[in-house]
Design a protein around this ligand. Structure first.
Ligand SMILES: Nc1ncnc2c1ncn2[C@@H]1O[C@H](COP(=O)(O)OP(=O)(O)OP(=O)(O)O)[C@@H](O)[C@H]1O
Length: 464
């Protein structure tokens, strides 16, 4: 197959569509396809997987691998999603930290080392699980990829023992018996007649929940958020907020209740200077300037933007702009915050800072809805995942249940977690419980490091 044909297939023939009609993931697919069209010697992919749903990301890596094998071109992939890249085999992984190369080695060696953790990067989940279980992860286990992993009986037994020792003590669900803060009933929406984008959506969200919305590219996740905020008007159905009908409220009234951080920061930012952008909403609400100053400064601190407050937006990277848009919503202190792909394009340090900050806000009662393709994120931070596929909700359950449900994974373009495969390798039948055990254990470990984010806690006592 020619490179051009690969490109056409991967873009799903969307070369003739306007970019404005495409979902975030559809745009990303089309961009990758654009690179494939040029016949060059070196292919450099800069975060090719950002915004792609897990199954499409897998396909993107297979296409890149295939191109490499067929054409012999040199391929360089720059990514934060290491575990997703390692779906295919690479010659080496180069780890950069503060502008220096701190590792340049085969994935087997890298996983056996502590380099990723030491640099504040995320290890593949099965590698973390092996280390939590006390397995001595050496290159001889071939730990670079889950599909090459070779565990002996002793190592398997260690993982099983780790699972058994903890699984009975695993935490129960948080109890939310309060009235829903948001209730969506029989919601339908289409941008164009006879092309439904949301079909009969029914969903309840309880006050204080932190949930994720996941699913295929183009499934209608961002559109759903836009309907909730009133940016587009539903064709039918009702949305209630604390029992009051939200449908009849204006965008401005809804913005007092729901803050929406959009997927693409360039669509949100309107001011040339960072300070002014974060202050904008408060100024529109006629908050006094000295109060604005202290609130902007607090939020900028959390979002790692304090040193840049007097900078022009144009000097920021995509990830930094994303943090500006998060800051500009957080500063308004809405009751419900919807974040569309909040961590796309963030390195693990900023990912952790943003997510720990959101978790803190949530623990103080804010309701948080995260639209994401990051399966690690949903396990690490959310207790419930709502799965969209082709405009419908196809599942609504705990992440450990979703990510071990082959049918849902298939329907919604998700990807089973490597923990599911690890459970199979070591012979644990109940893979859902195994994944849940990892989630609980990992949260406990992270909690024990929580001292590092005390400043966030203190800051937000005043804000919430
Ligand atoms: N302004 C628009 N006009 C017409 N169609 C649109 C418009 N915006 C989105 N769509 C279409 O609506 C569908 C749902 O898009 P939406 O952005 O809600 O998906 P999504 O689930 O958020 O996808 P992704 O995960 O890729 O961000 C897609 O098929 C998209 O092409």
């Amino acid at each position: 197959m020619s490179v051009k044909q690969e490109a056409r297939d991967f873009s799903h023939g969307r070369f003739t569509h306007s970019p404005f009609e495409l979902s975030g993931g559809q745009k990303q697919r089309t961009t990758i396809a654009g690179v494939l069209v040029d016949n060059v010697d070196i292919l450099l992919f800069d975060e090719p997987l950002a915004n792609l749903d897990p199954a499409t990301a897998k396909k993107a890596m297979e296409i890149i691998d295939d191109l490499h094998k067929k054409t012999g071109k040199t391929v360089i992939i720059v990514e934060h999603r290491l575990e997703d890249v390692l779906h295919i085999e690479v010659d080496r992984v180069i780890v950069l930290n503060n502008g220096r190369i701190i590792a340049d080695m085969h994935p087997h060696e890298l996983m056996a080392s502590d380099i990723l953790k030491g640099a504040g990067l995320r290890e593949p989940l099965y590698v973390s699980a092996l280390k939590y279980a006390g397995v001595n992860v050496s290159p001889s286990l071939k730990p670079g990829y889950i599909h090459t992993l070779e565990l002996g009986e002793a190592e398997k037994q260690k993982v099983v023992n780790w699972f058994k020792a903890g699984s009975d003590r695993d935490l129960d669900d948080k109890d939310f018996d309060s009235e829903p803060i948001l209730k969506v009933e029989n919601l339908n929406f289409a941008y164009e007649k006879n092309k439904p984008v949301l079909r009969n959506i029914n969903l309840e969200i309880k006050e204080g929940e932190m949930i994720s919305i996941v699913g295929k590219n183009g499934a209608g996740k961002s559109t759903f958020a836009k309907v909730l905020c009133g940016f587009v008007k539903e064709d039918s159905g009702t949305i209630t907020y604390r029992g009051k009908k939200l449908n009849d409220m204006t965008i401005k009234e809804r913005a007092e209740i729901i803050g929406f951080v959009m997927q693409n920061p360039n669509q949100m930012i309107t001011k040339p200077m960072i300070y002014d952008e974060i202050a904008l909403g408060l100024r529109l609400r006629k908050v006094p300037e000295d109060e604005i100053k202290s609130k902007v400064s607090e939020v900028a601190e959390i979002c790692g933007l304090k040193p840049f407050l007097e900078w022009p937006i144009s000097a920021l990277s995509y990830g930094q702009k994303k943090r500006v848009t998060i800051a500009s919503i957080l500063v308004l202190d809405p009751e419900i915050i919807i974040l569309d792909e909040p961590t796309a394009g963030q390195d693990f340090k900023h990912y952790s800072e943003i997510m720990e900050f959101l978790a803190q806000l949530n623990s103080m009662g804010k309701t948080i809805i995260l639209i994401t393709h990051d399966m690690h994120l949903i396990m690490e931070y959310t207790d419930r995942a709502v799965v969209f596929a082709d405009g419908e909700i196809v599942a609504n359950a705990k992440p450990s249940e979703i990510l071990t449900d082959v049918q849902v994974i298939e329907k919604a373009n998700l990807k089973e977690t490597s923990l599911y495969k690890l459970a199979q390798i070591v012979g644990v039948q109940d893979s859902t419980r195994f994944v849940q055990h990892f989630i609980n254990y990992d949260r406990m470990v992270r909690k024990s490091h929580a001292g590092e984010i005390n400043n966030v806690h203190l800051l937000h006592k005043n804000m919430v």
